[in-house]
Design a protein around this ligand. Sequence first.
Ligand code: NDP
Length: 306
Amino acid sequence: MADYDSEKTYTLSDLKNWAYPGTSLAVLGYPIRHSISPQMHNTALAEIADADSRFKNWRYFRFEVHPDNLIESLPIFRQKGFHGLNLTVPHKTIAFDSLSTIDPDAQAIGAVNTLRLEKDAYIGYNTDGFGLANGIERELKRPTTGAHVALLGAGGAARAAAVQCLQSCCASLTIINRNQDRLARLIDSMQALAESNSIPLIGKSSSEPDLSLPKKALIVNATSLGLKADDPLPLSPSAIPSNADLYDMVYNPPITALMKSVAAKGGKSTNGITMLAFQGAKSLSHWTGAKPPTETMLTAALAAIN
Ligand code: NDP
């Protein structure tokens, strides 16, 4: 086992010769080098194994997989006995189309971030919405239910956020994005769910001069803006309503420029580390059936980024 290092970034060449003698789990992405999921999951697995020795040899690894190779790699992960996989950028929608069994929540989102091996096939789940809802409640002390939500972004994470907000009966959902085709596709696919819950669903371009967001709105940043120090703001300060709260999915850096702008308007703001911990905890419960140590995962994630 000494040859298997959960700090290392593995490739598909390593997968061909994979013979880890315990139960393997992994996150696949491109790029993946900076993922802190191995630290978070291996700390949790050690705690679970203390109480239940069946999990003693479970380990979580990191694999860099180019999107062009993802579909052909999944049967190899299966043959090599990987019991569970997490998928991150850009694999969540690519894998979705290749699975025959998908959990209804992931079906509604159109993307999977968690695969669990059952018999000889992977079942797809999406735990991002669960992570987001729990992160918002824990840090902002308010539910998405009844909130006027302003969702920034229309990518994979935004799709999970939109389904979560609509399923939990937010008061209204305004989705704001730069690329209008992508925005229109997201609005189209959410229309039926919004109508069935009688929730106003609005799409806006981020370049619109007057976004007219409601006071005390719950802003969710699901764009990748904020990851780099010189990124522009995903929402101009003049469009931020007073006393709005912000859940920023970005967690590294821990304080983004958008978080500062929201605080300047009297609102609460938090980064996305709790979403990471909660979505990871839910994935772990899909794989192990055990109660996941969410606080331990959050502590490990915080330690890994500091
Ligand atoms: P996608 O690549 O699918 O979507 C990216 C989004 O960001 C799109 O809406 C895109 O807009 C927007 N965007 C990117 N660059 C710009 C720019 N220069 N100007 C304006 N908009 C821009 O990524 P994901 O949805 O998977 O992830 C989005 C963010 O959420 C990432 O930062 C990711 O790390 C984070 N995330 C955090 C999680 C957590 O647990 N905390 C979980 C999942 C994601 P456009 O359509 O116009 O290109």
